[in-house]
Write a protein that binds this ligand. Structure first.
Ligand code: 2AM
Length: 168
């Protein structure tokens, strides 16, 4: 597994039944731009960029060292950032989500993995190069977050490499 560069990030996977609901709702919005495939819907916790595969072991150790509770996540706000990133976000980011990101990012930093200094803005990207639809039905998608995962992206597809549980 050495000598191979992977584009890596930690994220919360969107459970398939919720991803199907979101995709159906998004279709009703008639969102423009490049849509994220339902199987690729996720909420990024920490982005690592392109790293050699030998980093997978230390990254797995960092993830395994995190012991935090499961929590409910509610995505109830549709928004579009200026660069055309149409997304769903929690209007009230749950404290355990912020705690998870804080612990993950600070441990990554301690191990020399560069992390942004700016505030984390939780979001689940729906489409890129998009616009806010003129009319949008209310959004309210929720699930209990029971695990977080390490992903590798390649050719626009996100592959889950491993996941770690959050305690119930
Ligand atoms: P985005 O959906 O907001 O674009 C895979 O590309 C995942 O990593 C996406 O969730 C993407 O966020 C995120 N990502 C890509 N580049 C990033 C960066 N420089 N900083 C933080 N997250 C990034």
């Amino acid at each position: 597994q050495h000598g191979r560069a992977l584009r890596l990030f930690f994220a919360l996977p969107c459970p398939p039944p919720i991803a199907r609901q979101i995709a159906a709702w998004r279709q009703a919005l008639a969102a423009d731009g490049k849509l994220v495939a339902p199987a690729n819907l996720h909420l990024t916790l920490a982005f690592l960029g392109s790293l050699d595969a030998h980093h997978l072991t230390p990254l797995g150790e960092i993830a395994a060292s995190i012991q935090l509770p499961a929590f409910d996540l509610q995505l109830d706000r549709l928004a579009c950032w200026s660069q055309g990133l149409l997304h769903l976000a929690p209007s009230q980011p749950p404290q355990p989500l912020l705690e998870l990101v804080e612990q993950l990012q600070s441990r990554l930093r301690q191990h020399g993995y560069q992390q942004p200094g700016h505030a984390f803005r939780p979001h689940l990207t729906l489409a890129r190069h998009s616009h806010l639809p003129a009319i949008s039905p209310l959004a309210n998608f929720a699930w209990t977050v029971e695990r977080f995962a390490l992903y590798a992206s390649a050719d626009g597809h996100y592959r889950e490499l491993h996941s770690w549980p959050l305690e119930n």
